[in-house]
Design a protein around this ligand. Structure first.
Ligand code: PLP
Length: 458
Protein backbone atom coordinates (compact mmCIF):
# COMPACT_ATOMS: atom_id res chain seq x y z
CA UNK A 1 0.00 0.00 0.00
CA UNK A 2 1.91 2.98 -1.28
CA UNK A 3 -0.80 5.54 -0.66
CA UNK A 4 1.33 8.60 0.04
CA UNK A 5 -0.30 9.50 3.36
CA UNK A 6 0.46 5.96 4.53
CA UNK A 7 4.06 6.40 3.39
CA UNK A 8 4.34 9.62 5.37
CA UNK A 9 2.92 7.96 8.48
CA UNK A 10 5.24 4.93 8.11
CA UNK A 11 8.18 7.28 7.73
CA UNK A 12 7.12 9.41 10.68
CA UNK A 13 6.68 6.29 12.83
CA UNK A 14 9.77 4.29 11.91
CA UNK A 15 12.49 6.03 9.91
CA UNK A 16 15.35 7.70 11.73
CA UNK A 17 16.49 10.29 9.19
CA UNK A 18 20.11 11.34 8.82
CA UNK A 19 21.27 14.63 10.32
CA UNK A 20 17.82 15.74 11.47
CA UNK A 21 16.24 16.78 14.75
CA UNK A 22 12.97 14.82 14.72
CA UNK A 23 11.08 16.70 17.40
CA UNK A 24 8.99 18.85 15.01
CA UNK A 25 7.64 15.76 13.25
CA UNK A 26 6.61 13.97 16.40
CA UNK A 27 4.70 16.94 17.79
CA UNK A 28 1.14 17.94 17.05
CA UNK A 29 1.64 20.40 14.19
CA UNK A 30 -0.04 18.63 11.24
CA UNK A 31 1.96 20.73 8.77
CA UNK A 32 5.26 19.45 10.16
CA UNK A 33 5.55 16.43 7.89
CA UNK A 34 8.77 14.60 7.21
CA UNK A 35 10.02 15.39 3.73
CA UNK A 36 9.81 12.52 1.30
CA UNK A 37 11.32 12.85 -2.14
CA UNK A 38 9.31 10.77 -4.53
CA UNK A 39 10.75 11.31 -7.97
CA UNK A 40 13.56 12.99 -9.88
CA UNK A 41 14.22 14.00 -13.48
CA UNK A 42 17.22 15.92 -14.74
CA UNK A 43 17.89 18.73 -12.25
CA UNK A 44 14.51 18.46 -10.55
CA UNK A 45 12.86 16.46 -7.76
CA UNK A 46 9.25 16.18 -6.57
CA UNK A 47 8.17 15.66 -2.97
CA UNK A 48 5.18 13.83 -1.48
CA UNK A 49 2.93 16.83 -2.03
CA UNK A 50 3.82 16.95 -5.71
CA UNK A 51 5.88 20.12 -5.25
CA UNK A 52 8.66 20.56 -7.80
CA UNK A 53 12.11 21.64 -6.66
CA UNK A 54 15.21 22.49 -8.60
CA UNK A 55 17.98 20.58 -6.86
CA UNK A 56 21.01 22.84 -6.41
CA UNK A 57 22.83 20.29 -4.25
CA UNK A 58 22.76 17.08 -6.35
CA UNK A 59 20.75 14.97 -3.97
CA UNK A 60 21.55 17.01 -0.86
CA UNK A 61 25.18 16.04 -0.49
CA UNK A 62 26.89 16.67 -3.87
CA UNK A 63 26.20 13.21 -5.25
CA UNK A 64 23.90 12.98 -8.29
CA UNK A 65 26.41 14.48 -10.70
CA UNK A 66 24.72 13.36 -13.92
CA UNK A 67 21.20 14.23 -12.75
CA UNK A 68 18.10 12.10 -12.20
CA UNK A 69 16.27 9.70 -14.50
CA UNK A 70 19.23 8.22 -16.38
CA UNK A 71 17.70 5.11 -17.91
CA UNK A 72 20.96 3.89 -19.36
CA UNK A 73 22.46 3.59 -15.89
CA UNK A 74 19.35 1.81 -14.62
CA UNK A 75 19.41 -0.56 -17.60
CA UNK A 76 23.10 -1.38 -17.19
CA UNK A 77 22.56 -2.13 -13.50
CA UNK A 78 19.48 -4.25 -14.23
CA UNK A 79 21.30 -6.31 -16.86
CA UNK A 80 24.28 -6.78 -14.59
CA UNK A 81 22.14 -7.83 -11.60
CA UNK A 82 20.48 -10.49 -13.69
CA UNK A 83 23.83 -11.75 -15.00
CA UNK A 84 25.61 -11.68 -11.60
CA UNK A 85 24.72 -9.43 -8.65
CA UNK A 86 27.52 -10.32 -6.33
CA UNK A 87 30.59 -12.30 -5.59
CA UNK A 88 33.12 -11.48 -2.87
CA UNK A 89 35.88 -9.17 -3.98
CA UNK A 90 38.63 -11.75 -3.63
CA UNK A 91 37.39 -12.69 -7.11
CA UNK A 92 37.05 -10.23 -9.95
CA UNK A 93 33.96 -9.25 -11.92
CA UNK A 94 33.44 -7.98 -15.45
CA UNK A 95 32.22 -4.48 -14.49
CA UNK A 96 34.81 -4.26 -11.70
CA UNK A 97 37.65 -4.91 -14.14
CA UNK A 98 36.25 -2.67 -16.86
CA UNK A 99 35.55 0.27 -14.56
CA UNK A 100 38.99 0.03 -12.95
CA UNK A 101 40.59 0.30 -16.39
CA UNK A 102 38.42 3.28 -17.32
CA UNK A 103 39.02 5.03 -14.01
CA UNK A 104 42.78 4.54 -14.03
CA UNK A 105 42.73 5.97 -17.56
CA UNK A 106 41.59 9.26 -15.99
CA UNK A 107 44.25 9.20 -13.27
CA UNK A 108 47.77 9.22 -14.69
CA UNK A 109 50.24 7.96 -12.10
CA UNK A 110 47.69 5.81 -10.28
CA UNK A 111 47.26 2.11 -10.89
CA UNK A 112 45.05 0.09 -8.47
CA UNK A 113 41.40 0.31 -7.46
CA UNK A 114 40.20 -1.15 -4.14
CA UNK A 115 36.37 -1.37 -4.16
CA UNK A 116 34.28 -0.56 -1.16
CA UNK A 117 30.95 1.09 -0.49
CA UNK A 118 31.09 4.46 1.22
CA UNK A 119 33.39 7.42 1.39
CA UNK A 120 34.10 6.74 5.05
CA UNK A 121 35.05 3.20 4.29
CA UNK A 122 37.29 4.16 1.37
CA UNK A 123 39.14 6.50 3.74
CA UNK A 124 39.41 3.76 6.35
CA UNK A 125 41.04 1.53 3.74
CA UNK A 126 43.69 4.16 3.09
CA UNK A 127 44.24 4.65 6.83
CA UNK A 128 44.65 0.89 7.28
CA UNK A 129 47.12 0.69 4.39
CA UNK A 130 49.16 3.51 5.94
CA UNK A 131 49.19 1.72 9.28
CA UNK A 132 50.18 -1.58 7.71
CA UNK A 133 52.99 0.10 5.79
CA UNK A 134 54.16 1.63 9.09
CA UNK A 135 54.28 -1.85 10.63
CA UNK A 136 55.90 -3.55 7.66
CA UNK A 137 58.44 -0.88 6.72
CA UNK A 138 59.05 1.35 9.68
CA UNK A 139 58.84 -0.90 12.75
CA UNK A 140 55.50 0.65 13.69
CA UNK A 141 56.81 4.20 13.40
CA UNK A 142 55.42 6.53 10.72
CA UNK A 143 51.93 5.55 11.86
CA UNK A 144 50.53 9.04 12.42
CA UNK A 145 48.04 10.46 9.96
CA UNK A 146 47.75 14.21 9.60
CA UNK A 147 44.39 15.77 8.76
CA UNK A 148 43.32 19.37 8.39
CA UNK A 149 41.12 21.66 10.41
CA UNK A 150 37.68 22.01 8.67
CA UNK A 151 38.10 18.86 6.50
CA UNK A 152 35.73 15.92 6.88
CA UNK A 153 36.52 12.32 5.99
CA UNK A 154 33.51 10.37 7.16
CA UNK A 155 31.33 9.13 9.91
CA UNK A 156 33.15 6.19 11.50
CA UNK A 157 35.13 6.63 14.70
CA UNK A 158 38.47 6.51 12.82
CA UNK A 159 37.20 8.98 10.21
CA UNK A 160 35.94 11.30 12.94
CA UNK A 161 39.35 10.96 14.58
CA UNK A 162 40.58 12.50 11.33
CA UNK A 163 37.73 15.00 11.37
CA UNK A 164 38.44 18.71 11.37
CA UNK A 165 34.87 19.83 12.07
CA UNK A 166 34.45 19.96 15.82
CA UNK A 167 30.71 20.43 15.53
CA UNK A 168 30.47 16.94 14.05
CA UNK A 169 32.85 15.36 16.53
CA UNK A 170 31.38 16.66 19.77
CA UNK A 171 29.90 13.85 21.90
CA UNK A 172 31.24 10.87 19.91
CA UNK A 173 34.66 10.48 21.51
CA UNK A 174 36.92 9.13 22.76
CA UNK A 175 38.70 8.96 19.45
CA UNK A 176 41.45 6.85 17.96
CA UNK A 177 45.00 7.98 18.73
CA UNK A 178 47.50 8.71 15.99
CA UNK A 179 45.57 11.39 14.09
CA UNK A 180 47.04 14.89 14.26
CA UNK A 181 45.43 18.13 13.10
CA UNK A 182 47.05 20.76 10.86
CA UNK A 183 45.68 24.28 10.27
CA UNK A 184 43.10 25.06 7.57
CA UNK A 185 43.98 27.13 4.50
CA UNK A 186 40.98 29.45 4.16
CA UNK A 187 42.41 32.86 3.35
CA UNK A 188 39.14 34.66 4.14
CA UNK A 189 39.62 33.50 7.75
CA UNK A 190 43.30 34.38 7.64
CA UNK A 191 45.73 33.07 10.21
CA UNK A 192 48.74 34.82 8.65
CA UNK A 193 49.10 38.40 7.52
CA UNK A 194 49.84 37.46 3.91
CA UNK A 195 47.95 37.25 0.64
CA UNK A 196 47.50 34.99 -2.36
CA UNK A 197 50.40 32.68 -3.18
CA UNK A 198 52.35 33.78 -0.11
CA UNK A 199 49.34 32.90 2.01
CA UNK A 200 49.11 29.48 0.35
CA UNK A 201 52.77 28.76 1.01
CA UNK A 202 52.44 29.85 4.66
CA UNK A 203 49.40 27.59 5.14
CA UNK A 204 51.37 24.66 3.69
CA UNK A 205 54.41 25.52 5.80
CA UNK A 206 52.16 25.24 8.84
CA UNK A 207 51.84 21.55 7.98
CA UNK A 208 55.61 21.23 7.98
CA UNK A 209 55.72 22.77 11.44
CA UNK A 210 53.35 20.09 12.73
CA UNK A 211 55.47 17.38 11.09
CA UNK A 212 58.60 18.72 12.75
CA UNK A 213 56.88 19.01 16.12
CA UNK A 214 55.58 15.42 15.92
CA UNK A 215 58.83 14.07 14.47
CA UNK A 216 58.94 13.22 10.73
CA UNK A 217 59.77 9.59 11.53
CA UNK A 218 56.37 9.25 13.24
CA UNK A 219 54.26 10.70 10.42
CA UNK A 220 53.07 8.28 7.72
CA UNK A 221 50.47 10.19 5.75
CA UNK A 222 48.72 13.47 5.14
CA UNK A 223 45.00 13.31 4.28
CA UNK A 224 43.40 16.37 2.65
CA UNK A 225 40.34 17.30 0.63
CA UNK A 226 41.42 19.02 -2.62
CA UNK A 227 38.69 21.61 -2.07
CA UNK A 228 37.11 21.31 1.37
CA UNK A 229 33.40 20.58 1.12
CA UNK A 230 31.32 20.50 4.31
CA UNK A 231 33.89 22.61 6.14
CA UNK A 232 32.80 25.63 4.10
CA UNK A 233 33.76 25.13 0.42
CA UNK A 234 37.38 26.11 0.91
CA UNK A 235 39.39 26.54 -2.29
CA UNK A 236 43.09 26.47 -1.39
CA UNK A 237 45.12 29.56 -2.29
CA UNK A 238 47.71 29.55 -5.07
CA UNK A 239 50.98 28.05 -3.96
CA UNK A 240 49.39 25.76 -1.39
CA UNK A 241 49.32 22.44 -3.19
CA UNK A 242 52.80 22.53 -4.78
CA UNK A 243 54.30 23.27 -1.38
CA UNK A 244 52.23 20.48 0.24
CA UNK A 245 53.60 18.05 -2.33
CA UNK A 246 57.16 19.21 -1.68
CA UNK A 247 56.74 18.76 2.06
CA UNK A 248 55.36 15.23 1.65
CA UNK A 249 58.31 14.26 -0.55
CA UNK A 250 60.82 15.85 1.80
CA UNK A 251 59.67 13.80 4.80
CA UNK A 252 58.59 10.64 2.93
CA UNK A 253 54.94 11.15 3.86
CA UNK A 254 52.24 9.47 1.79
CA UNK A 255 49.70 11.88 0.31
CA UNK A 256 46.08 10.81 0.59
CA UNK A 257 43.58 12.96 -1.26
CA UNK A 258 39.94 12.61 -0.29
CA UNK A 259 37.98 13.14 -3.50
CA UNK A 260 34.69 11.91 -2.06
CA UNK A 261 33.04 15.20 -3.03
CA UNK A 262 35.34 16.60 -5.74
CA UNK A 263 35.86 13.31 -7.56
CA UNK A 264 34.39 12.50 -10.97
CA UNK A 265 33.78 15.90 -12.40
CA UNK A 266 32.41 18.14 -9.66
CA UNK A 267 35.13 20.80 -9.96
CA UNK A 268 35.46 20.63 -13.76
CA UNK A 269 38.34 18.14 -13.91
CA UNK A 270 37.95 14.41 -13.35
CA UNK A 271 39.51 14.89 -9.92
CA UNK A 272 40.02 18.02 -7.85
CA UNK A 273 43.74 17.39 -7.32
CA UNK A 274 44.24 17.53 -11.09
CA UNK A 275 43.77 21.33 -10.99
CA UNK A 276 46.94 21.54 -8.97
CA UNK A 277 49.31 19.09 -10.68
CA UNK A 278 49.62 17.01 -7.52
CA UNK A 279 50.80 13.37 -7.52
CA UNK A 280 48.96 11.53 -4.76
CA UNK A 281 49.65 8.09 -3.30
CA UNK A 282 46.00 7.44 -2.34
CA UNK A 283 42.84 8.88 -3.85
CA UNK A 284 39.51 8.03 -2.24
CA UNK A 285 36.16 8.67 -3.93
CA UNK A 286 32.51 7.80 -3.49
CA UNK A 287 29.54 10.12 -4.05
CA UNK A 288 29.83 11.05 -7.72
CA UNK A 289 31.42 7.76 -8.83
CA UNK A 290 28.01 6.39 -9.81
CA UNK A 291 26.02 9.58 -9.07
CA UNK A 292 24.09 7.74 -6.34
CA UNK A 293 22.55 5.19 -8.75
CA UNK A 294 24.42 2.48 -6.83
CA UNK A 295 26.61 2.47 -3.74
CA UNK A 296 30.24 2.36 -4.78
CA UNK A 297 33.43 3.85 -3.38
CA UNK A 298 37.06 3.34 -4.32
CA UNK A 299 40.40 3.65 -2.64
CA UNK A 300 42.84 4.12 -5.54
CA UNK A 301 46.58 3.80 -5.02
CA UNK A 302 49.69 4.14 -7.10
CA UNK A 303 51.94 1.17 -7.85
CA UNK A 304 54.46 2.26 -5.23
CA UNK A 305 51.86 1.64 -2.49
CA UNK A 306 50.51 -1.53 -4.10
CA UNK A 307 54.00 -3.03 -4.41
CA UNK A 308 54.50 -2.79 -0.67
CA UNK A 309 51.72 -5.35 -0.24
CA UNK A 310 53.09 -7.97 -2.60
CA UNK A 311 56.85 -7.70 -2.52
CA UNK A 312 57.39 -10.73 -0.29
CA UNK A 313 55.09 -13.67 -1.09
CA UNK A 314 56.83 -15.85 1.52
CA UNK A 315 55.54 -13.61 4.33
CA UNK A 316 51.96 -14.69 5.18
CA UNK A 317 51.22 -11.24 6.62
CA UNK A 318 52.43 -9.38 3.55
CA UNK A 319 49.12 -8.57 1.88
CA UNK A 320 46.20 -6.28 2.66
CA UNK A 321 44.11 -8.37 5.04
CA UNK A 322 40.91 -6.49 4.49
CA UNK A 323 37.50 -7.15 3.02
CA UNK A 324 34.42 -5.05 2.47
CA UNK A 325 31.49 -7.37 1.77
CA UNK A 326 29.62 -5.02 -0.50
CA UNK A 327 32.82 -4.10 -2.31
CA UNK A 328 31.92 -7.21 -4.29
CA UNK A 329 28.60 -5.83 -5.54
CA UNK A 330 28.61 -5.52 -9.30
CA UNK A 331 25.88 -2.87 -9.51
CA UNK A 332 28.37 -0.20 -8.40
CA UNK A 333 30.97 -0.53 -11.14
CA UNK A 334 28.25 -1.24 -13.75
CA UNK A 335 26.60 2.09 -12.82
CA UNK A 336 29.97 3.86 -12.57
CA UNK A 337 30.92 2.83 -16.12
CA UNK A 338 27.74 4.36 -17.54
CA UNK A 339 28.10 7.42 -15.33
CA UNK A 340 31.56 8.11 -16.68
CA UNK A 341 30.45 7.46 -20.27
CA UNK A 342 27.65 10.03 -19.85
CA UNK A 343 30.10 12.64 -18.56
CA UNK A 344 32.33 12.02 -21.57
CA UNK A 345 29.64 11.83 -24.24
CA UNK A 346 27.76 14.90 -23.00
CA UNK A 347 30.97 16.91 -22.43
CA UNK A 348 29.94 17.54 -18.85
CA UNK A 349 33.41 18.58 -17.69
CA UNK A 350 33.31 21.44 -20.21
CA UNK A 351 29.81 22.32 -19.06
CA UNK A 352 30.92 22.24 -15.43
CA UNK A 353 33.72 24.70 -16.13
CA UNK A 354 31.55 27.06 -18.17
CA UNK A 355 28.55 26.93 -15.84
CA UNK A 356 30.77 27.05 -12.76
CA UNK A 357 32.38 30.29 -13.98
CA UNK A 358 28.95 31.69 -14.78
CA UNK A 359 27.58 30.78 -11.35
CA UNK A 360 30.62 32.21 -9.57
CA UNK A 361 30.04 35.52 -11.41
CA UNK A 362 26.36 35.49 -10.54
CA UNK A 363 27.05 34.83 -6.87
CA UNK A 364 29.65 37.61 -6.87
CA UNK A 365 27.02 39.98 -8.23
CA UNK A 366 24.78 38.93 -5.34
CA UNK A 367 27.64 39.75 -3.01
CA UNK A 368 27.68 43.32 -4.39
CA UNK A 369 24.01 43.59 -3.51
CA UNK A 370 23.87 41.84 -0.12
CA UNK A 371 26.28 42.93 2.61
CA UNK A 372 25.57 39.68 4.42
CA UNK A 373 27.61 37.75 1.84
CA UNK A 374 31.15 38.04 3.16
CA UNK A 375 32.88 35.75 0.70
CA UNK A 376 32.09 33.77 -2.44
CA UNK A 377 34.31 30.88 -3.47
CA UNK A 378 34.24 27.78 -5.58
CA UNK A 379 35.63 25.66 -8.36
CA UNK A 380 33.47 24.24 -11.14
CA UNK A 381 29.94 23.50 -9.97
CA UNK A 382 31.03 23.43 -6.36
CA UNK A 383 30.38 26.82 -4.80
CA UNK A 384 29.79 28.51 -1.48
CA UNK A 385 28.69 31.92 -0.19
CA UNK A 386 29.76 32.62 3.36
CA UNK A 387 27.29 34.72 5.36
CA UNK A 388 28.48 37.22 7.96
CA UNK A 389 26.67 39.45 10.42
CA UNK A 390 29.28 42.14 9.82
CA UNK A 391 31.60 42.42 6.83
CA UNK A 392 34.26 44.35 8.73
CA UNK A 393 34.56 42.00 11.70
CA UNK A 394 33.53 38.89 9.67
CA UNK A 395 31.39 37.79 12.57
CA UNK A 396 29.47 34.78 11.25
CA UNK A 397 25.78 35.16 10.49
CA UNK A 398 23.54 33.51 13.07
CA UNK A 399 22.75 29.90 12.32
CA UNK A 400 19.01 30.49 12.45
CA UNK A 401 19.32 33.19 9.78
CA UNK A 402 21.32 30.87 7.54
CA UNK A 403 18.67 28.21 8.02
CA UNK A 404 15.97 30.76 7.25
CA UNK A 405 17.64 31.42 3.88
CA UNK A 406 17.78 27.70 3.12
CA UNK A 407 14.14 27.31 4.23
CA UNK A 408 12.99 30.26 2.14
CA UNK A 409 14.66 28.85 -0.97
CA UNK A 410 13.07 25.47 -0.27
CA UNK A 411 9.62 27.04 0.15
CA UNK A 412 10.17 28.64 -3.24
CA UNK A 413 11.16 25.47 -5.00
CA UNK A 414 14.96 25.54 -4.81
CA UNK A 415 16.99 23.16 -2.65
CA UNK A 416 20.28 24.69 -1.51
CA UNK A 417 22.58 23.60 1.34
CA UNK A 418 24.47 25.17 4.23
CA UNK A 419 27.52 24.05 6.15
CA UNK A 420 28.36 24.05 9.80
CA UNK A 421 24.96 24.22 11.32
CA UNK A 422 25.19 22.77 14.76
CA UNK A 423 27.71 24.81 16.72
CA UNK A 424 28.71 28.43 16.36
CA UNK A 425 31.54 28.26 13.89
CA UNK A 426 33.35 30.51 11.52
CA UNK A 427 31.73 29.63 8.29
CA UNK A 428 28.01 29.57 7.88
CA UNK A 429 28.23 29.01 4.19
CA UNK A 430 25.45 28.52 1.68
CA UNK A 431 26.39 25.60 -0.58
CA UNK A 432 25.68 24.98 -4.22
CA UNK A 433 26.51 21.86 -6.18
CA UNK A 434 24.00 21.47 -8.98
CA UNK A 435 24.26 18.50 -11.31
CA UNK A 436 26.93 18.85 -13.98
CA UNK A 437 24.15 19.18 -16.59
CA UNK A 438 23.06 22.57 -15.18
CA UNK A 439 22.16 25.26 -17.72
CA UNK A 440 22.29 29.05 -17.40
CA UNK A 441 18.53 29.03 -16.84
CA UNK A 442 18.87 26.60 -13.95
CA UNK A 443 21.61 28.71 -12.40
CA UNK A 444 19.61 31.91 -12.85
CA UNK A 445 16.71 30.30 -10.98
CA UNK A 446 18.97 29.15 -8.16
CA UNK A 447 20.68 32.51 -7.81
CA UNK A 448 17.47 34.52 -7.99
CA UNK A 449 15.85 32.32 -5.30
CA UNK A 450 18.88 33.04 -3.11
CA UNK A 451 18.62 36.76 -3.90
CA UNK A 452 14.95 36.82 -2.90
CA UNK A 453 15.61 34.75 0.24
CA UNK A 454 18.42 37.06 1.38
CA UNK A 455 16.19 40.08 0.81
CA UNK A 456 13.40 38.54 2.86
CA UNK A 457 15.54 37.17 5.68
CA UNK A 458 18.01 40.05 6.26
N1 PLP B 1 34.87 12.56 2.64
C1 PLP B 1 34.24 13.71 2.35
C2 PLP B 1 35.05 14.86 1.82
C3 PLP B 1 32.86 13.83 2.51
O1 PLP B 1 32.23 15.00 2.25
C4 PLP B 1 32.13 12.71 2.96
C5 PLP B 1 30.66 12.76 3.12
O2 PLP B 1 30.04 13.80 3.10
C6 PLP B 1 32.84 11.53 3.29
C7 PLP B 1 34.20 11.49 3.10
C8 PLP B 1 32.13 10.33 3.82
O3 PLP B 1 31.42 9.68 2.83
P1 PLP B 1 30.24 8.67 3.21
O4 PLP B 1 29.13 9.48 3.76
O5 PLP B 1 29.93 8.01 1.89
O6 PLP B 1 30.78 7.69 4.17
Amino acid sequence: DNDISHVVEADRAHVWHHLIQHAPWTGTDPKADPRIIVEGRGMRVWDQKGREHIDAVSGGVWTVNVGYGRERIANAVRDQLIQLPYFAGSAGSIPGAMFSEKLIGKMPGMSRVYYTNSGSEANEKAFKMVRQIAHKRHGGKKHKILYRDRDYHGTTIACLSAGGQDERNAQYGPYTPGFVRVPHCLEYRAQWDLEGEEYGIAAANAIEEVILAEGPDTVGALCLEPVTAGGGVIVPPEGYWPRVQEICRKYDILLHIDEVVCGVGRTGTWFGYQHYGVEPDFVTMAKGVASGYAAIACCVTNERVFDLFKDDATDPMNYFRDISTFGGCTAGPAAALENMAIIEEENLLENTNAMGDYMLDQLRSLQDKHAVIGDVRGKGLFLGAELVADRATKEPAAEKMVQAVVGDCMANGVVIGATNRSLPGFNNTLCYSPALIATKDDIDQIVSATDAALTRVF
